[in-house]
Ligand binder design. Sequence first.
Ligand SMILES: Cc1cc2nc3c(=O)[nH]c(=O)nc-3n(C[C@H](O)[C@H](O)[C@H](O)COP(=O)(O)OP(=O)(O)OC[C@H]3O[C@@H](n4cnc5c(N)ncnc54)[C@H](O)[C@@H]3O)c2cc1C
Length: 495
Amino acid sequence: MARVIVAGAGISGLTAAYALRRAGHEVVVLDEGGRTGGRMHSERVAGFLMEHGPSGMALPAPRAESLVTDLGLAPERIARAPAARSRYLVRDGRVHEVPLQPHRFFRSGILSPAGRLRVLLEPFVAAKWSDETIADFTRRRFGRELLDYVVDPLVAGIYAGDPHQLSVSAVFPHLKRLERLCGSVILAAARSRLRPGVKPAACDFAKRASFSFREGMGMLPQAIARHLACDLYLNQRVEAVERAAGGEFVVTVRERGVTRSLKADGVVIALPAYAAARTLDRLDARVAGALAEIGHPPLAVVFLGYRARGVAHPLDGAGALTPAVEGRDVLGMLFSSTLFAGRAPPGHVALTVFVGGARQPQLALLQPRELQDLAHDEVRRLLGARARPVLARTRCWRHGLPQPGLDHARRIAAITALESEHAGLFFTGNYFSGVSTVACIEQATDTAQRVQQYLASSRGRSRQAAAPFRSCEAPEKGGRSAIALRVTPAGQLPA
Ligand SMILES: Cc1cc2nc3c(=O)[nH]c(=O)nc-3n(C[C@H](O)[C@H](O)[C@H](O)COP(=O)(O)OP(=O)(O)OC[C@H]3O[C@@H](n4cnc5c(N)ncnc54)[C@H](O)[C@@H]3O)c2cc1C
């Protein structure tokens, strides 16, 4: 059986490893961190459940759902609460409910009469074939106000991104496709609504149902890790991936100052783009350069727990987004205890506030206490918090989410070319086809299928089986020294 090394134990790497393992392949997963899940990290403190990364998964998500069922996690699954259907938006310093039906949205005061008229002129705007930024696309087709008050906050909410930097073809490919196919996004969306079985258009995004788990999103990577058990090694930094003269891959791994080389028939690089870039320097500096160019501005997540009676706003929705033109210090806030049950103890509410991203990267790097003060101040002004939070925690992701800019297609093409050049080398991660966990799971499952096809080829089959391992301990004991897993006769990582 061929051995595959998966670098990265975030949801992308774990999903790929799980699929390969289920197909009977020998898989070794390596992560530099002391826990699995990467950005997917839930923590319960004093009855509050904090999500340091994703809070939920948007539906439809067929592959994510079948993964959940396969893992036996279905009983732990919880749906977004009906009370969280509403969305809020900040305009003129106040939060306003955003109607989700297009006709109700249109009649609301979110857009001025002139802004609404400009949106209605969209079918008369000529189509443009080349890629452009989300800001240019929206302004050209729908006018400035829709950009400022709808698209900008949406992009901040999904990518912590700046629409003036992101590529519309990379982030909202279906919008560009609708423009190319029908000449008008509005007409194409209206026509597709009349046809059954058509994918939801962009305006349906905010309405989508979502789900999480009783003890948070972190339950998913933990469940996969339990299934992988003996094949998962933490505190292992992948430093380089190279090709040996015999054709096999050599992966250089560093653990607490000690460097080792592992051999593999196939390698799946499931690292964030900036980390993947560093591992590829020796194999292909050009592709490493392309990966390194993908920006990951810092993003801070501030969790605030309040006594329920200390917040004036009813928090009857999923959360509130703040458009850049409002000049505020936060990208938005989730009403976490409304979104999913069990996020706050009785008599309390929980909010998750996002700071930084491409809009104000420097703010994400403030000290935790400063971030908590800043977030509380915004909650006080926008939602009427009357007292200080009873619990506050901050998590700063120094490298937040990948920002697919105008050159993104060229970069992805370079990575794909490298895969073809080095059969057995595969990439997966949130910089390919979207940052959502659902997109990561889809992409990683596809990647695992490609790995299997490769291994099934004569080249993969002709490889010698790797030496069997001797012993195995339970994963993530005490959450610290993490995993001491398969151990070779010499007591080391399998070489
Ligand atoms: C604050 C925040 C909120 C989000 N909210 C949502 C949401 O509500 N819904 C949603 O669907 N998505 C959300 N996302 C996006 C989603 O969580 C991520 O896109 C997804 O989890 C990325 O998974 P990944 O496995 O590709 O990467 P990661 O989770 O980044 O995993 C990569 C792994 O690689 C490891 N690594 C890095 N370098 C090395 C190295 N040299 N050697 C070995 N290991 C290495 C890291 O330790 C990490 O474990 C959010 C993200 C963030 C940051």
